[in-house]
Design a protein around this ligand. Structure first.
Ligand code: UDP
Ligand code: LCN
Length: 806
């Protein structure tokens, strides 16, 4: 039993627990989440005049701090305690304070009972358990190492593999013989017949290249090396070839995991990459700010460019570019026939700034043209994905003239497509979640049946379970995306144990300690977003045009509100009008603070101004709410709301124009998985206030290079901004200080170069380990296929029928 519970029961806080429980029982709420528990305990402490240490530091205070949920039954209380990251303990506490641990099954039954969906007399509900598939694979022990999977895996598997040198060399020999590109044999040829010869020839080749000048181009001695048994891929000059061969020599004679990692990272394994992003308006212009299309598009485009650049560099260093080996990166999306003036109906579009990066759009089959001709929300897309995979595969193979070497899925739908495609083609699968909806919507699983018509979570969560378990590796933007923080659970963690009443119970949905998880944060496009101080790279006419647009232009067709005093310090925010993005919360916070209105203007860029321009119910509600807040708090003259969708270059300059005026950026989301706008604002030099719920907690170091806000606490948020503004007025250097540190933070930790170097290294290492241990995953993949065909597919077909009725 948890030490904390024992401690509470042993001391006189026992009576407080009894009293607190009894008061909870007499209140209306039967299912309490962490916020509710905190609030109830604060009220208890106040009512019973407890000293302040009691709330924070008593055993009971600590126990309740770590309690994620409480479910109240007539005679007992169930407490779900998370004493440390990624662990869960469940207890039933009776009225007489008898405490008993509950099993996961008990807990899931109880949750079902709570929503009146527990029918034991009708038989058991399907139980999904992925744990047995992880029993034979290594798991990380210390939660702080979660998200550093590859180092761990490498160390673990290397030590196993190196125990039997004979087997190790055999495997290495086979692995090296595998590589070719469009018929061009790479690394070693058939002149090296076995592992023993490999070892001898490596030494011979090292001797040979050592006698050549360091900078001798590979082409000068290519055929001499071929005679010994070595093909292109080792390096572009004598010195580079020698270094790579020496690493291999060390790997053969005295292997260790670091040497293995550096060797694998150096050799050519990845030539063609496909990035899958299905649902949104995937394009390079006129798409951002539309429903479902935000950071993911920005992320994937930047990643594609950076991947190509990085691969080109590698091929250069490996001596392959001169032989006509060039990388190809394809972004696979759906084609939307009614493209509303965007290019989303074009089959192929070149990714700007690349030599061989493409957006390939494949249409959904025309089950019902009224539906498939149009954009389909991410919540409705499920029935079209399986046939999309079949059609997309044909197109991809034709475009690549071969199989891809790496498939990266994005978001739940893209990850499911990646699973199906990787399975068909037997290629390494990488998952990127961007945002898992399960933790975004409160009680989304418990009440899934009520939400099904609108959100179809039964499909999405099943797809998530399949894809995240199938992936060879998962990239997350932050640590907390996987396992949260000491007081909040992670997005992946929310899949570990949950009930979908009447559909299934998940007793172990994902192994959070698996080495498949790796934190690799994204970067920001440095050609578009750069410090405001870099005047030489800015175009004055653009800055002036945007300045006018932001502060003074009178154009009711796209701008609402004129400023009484445009010179006041601007508080700026830019986001889609999603409920979760909470621009309305920021407007309300501004509205409630006359001091803030006195000192600052509020400038919002949100894709739209008019409800009639939107078909998205959430967006329409947010537009209405924003007008209402402006009226309610009489913000006319103090707020400007720009309903514009900016071209890329302008979206960079916008932040700099705000920085010229010593403004601030606020990101007020109720939850933000990562938050690219935060990086964009910070690299531009804007002091940034961002939500403490989600990824920004890791990007920003509070009060060092930015500030956290709690967007649900309007008064506190206004106060924090106000304090900052006052301090800047008193000490003008303060703004500069924070601005400098914000820029530094992004350049040191959030660049695409860091991201893709890491990503490619991961792809190769997981590809290598997948090759050495492929048979170990077949049982898991079979189980996942069964879920796909037995649960996902029939439900997707049900949704398709519903679409037919439209
Ligand atoms: N963006 C934009 N115009 C808009 C809204 C957003 O250009 O009207 C861009 C913004 O610059 C950022 C991305 O869309 O690059 C949003 O990414 P973020 O990660 O902040 O949020 P998401 O929309 O993915 O939830
Ligand atoms: C989706 C989100 O919600 C954002 O928080 C991320 O920054 C974006 O995707 C890119 O990963």
């Amino acid at each position: 039993m948890s030490e904390l519970i024992k401690s509470v029961l042993k001391c006189d806080e026992k009576s407080d627990l009894r009293q607190f429980a009894s008061e909870l029982r007499s209140s209306e709420k039967r299912y309490l989440l962490r916020n509710d528990i905190e609030r109830a305990f604060a009220e208890y402490c106040e009512e019973h005049q407890k000293p302040s240490y009691f709330y924070h530091s008593s055993y009971l205070g600590k126990l309740l701090y770590y309690t994620q949920e409480m479910i109240l039954e007539d005679e007992s209380i169930c407490m779900i305690v998370r004493p440390k990251i990624a662990s869960q303990e469940v207890y039933r506490i009776d009225e007489d304070l008898t405490v008993e641990p509950m099993t996961v099954q008990d807990l899931l039954d109880l949750r079902d009972r709570f929503v009146d969906r527990h029918h034991p007399s009708e038989g058991d509900v399907l139980e999904l358990d992925f744990q047995p598939f992880y029993d034979y694979s290594p798991t990380i022990r210390d939660p702080k190492n979660i998200g550093k999977g590859v180092q761990f895996l490498n160390r673990y598997l290397s030590s196993k593999l190196f125990q039997d040198p004979r087997q190790w060399l055999e495997m290495l020999f086979e692995f090296l013989s595998l590589h070719s590109y469009n018929g061009l044999q790479l690394l070693i040829n058939e002149r090296i017949k076995n592992r023993r010869e490999l070892s001898e020839r490596v030494k011979e080749a090292i001797g040979f290249v050592s006698q050549r000048p360091d900078d001798d181009p590979f082409d000068n001695f290519r055929f001499d090396l071929q005679e010994i048994g070595f093909e292109p891929g080792w390096g572009n000059t004598a010195v580079r070839v020698r270094e790579t061969l020496e690493i291999l020599d060390e790997l053969i004679d005295s292997p260790d995991d670091a040497v293995l990692e550096s060797f694998i990272s150096r050799i050519p394994m990845i030539f063609r990459v496909v990035l899958i992003s299905v649902h949104g308006w995937f394009g390079q212009e006129g798409v951002l700010g539309r429903p479902d299309t935000g950071g993911q598009v920005v992320y994937v485009l930047d990643q594609a460019r950076s991947l190509e650049k990085r691969l080109q560099q590698e091929f250069h260093d490996q001596g392959l570019d001169v032989l006509g080996v060039h990388p190809k990166v394809i972004i696979l999306s759906r084609s939307i026939p009614e493209a509303e003036g965007t290019r989303c109906d074009e089959r192929l579009e070149k990714v700007r700034g690349t030599d061989n990066g493409w957006i390939l759009r494949v249409p959904f089959r025309e089950f019902n043209p009224h539906v498939t001709q149009k954009w389909i929300s991410r919540f409705e897309i499920w029935p079209y994905l399986e046939t999309f995979v079949i059609d997309a595969e044909t197109e991809l193979l034709a475009e690549f003239k071969g199989k891809p070497d790496l498939i990266i899925g994005n978001y739940s739908d893209g990850n499911l497509v990646a699973f199906l495609m990787a399975r068909r083609l037997n290629v390494t699968q990488c998952n990127i979640a961007h945002a898992l909806e399960k933790s975004k919507y409160l009680f989304s699983n418990l009440y899934w049946q009520d939400l099904e018509n609108q959100y179809h979570f039964s499909l999405q969560f099943t797809a998530d379970l399949i894809a995240m378990n199938a992936a060879n590796f998962v990239i997350s933007s932050t640590y907390q995306e996987i396992v949260g923080t000491p007081d909040s659970i992670g997005q992946y963690e929310s899949y570990a144990c949950f009930t979908m009443p009447d559909l299934y119970h998940v007793v172990n949905g994902i192994e959070l300690f698996s080495p498949k998880f790796n934190v690799v944060p994204p970067g920001v496009n440095e050609a578009v977003y750069f410090p405001y101080k870099r005047k030489e790279d800015r175009i004055p006419a653009n800055a002036e045009r945007l300045e006018e647009m932001l502060f003074t232009l009178d154009d009711p067709s796209q701008i609402y509100g004129n400023l009484d005093d445009p010179k006041k310090r601007p508080i700026f925010s830019m986001a889609r009008l999603d409920r979760i993005k909470n621009l309305t919360g920021l407007a309300e916070c501004f509205g409630q603070s006359p001091e803030l209105q006195e000192r600052c203007n509020l400038i919002l860029i949100a894709g739209k101004l008019r409800t009639e321009d939107s078909t998205d119910s959430e967006e329409i509600a947010e537009i209405e709410k924003l007008y209402h807040i402006i009226d309610q708090y009489e913000l006319q003259g103090k707020v400007r709301w720009l309903g514009v969708r900016l071209p890329k270059a302008d979206s960079g300059e916008i932040y700099r124009v705000i920085a010229d005026r010593k403004g601030v950026f606020v990101q007020p989301a109720l939850f933000e998985a990562f938050g690219l706008t935060i990086l964009e604002a910070m690299i531009s030099g804007l002091p940034t206030f961002a939500t403490q719920f989600g990824g920004p907690l890791e990007i920003i170091q509070d009060r060092v290079n930015g500030f956290y806000i709690n967007p649900t606490n309007l008064e506190e948020t206004a106060d924090k901004i106000l304090k900052f503004v006052s301090k800047c007025d008193e000490h003008p250097h303060y703004w500069e200080e924070i601005s400098e540190r914000a820029m530094e933070r992004v350049y040191s930790a959030y660049t695409w170069k860091i991201h893709t170097t890491r990503l490619l290294s991961l792809a190769k290492i997981y590809g290598f380990w997948n090759y050495t241990s492929k048979e170990n995953r077949e049982d898991l993949l079979r189980y996942l296929e069964a879920l796909f065909y037995l649960i996902f597919k029939p439900r997707a077909q049900g949704l398709l029928q519903a679409h037919y009725q439209r």
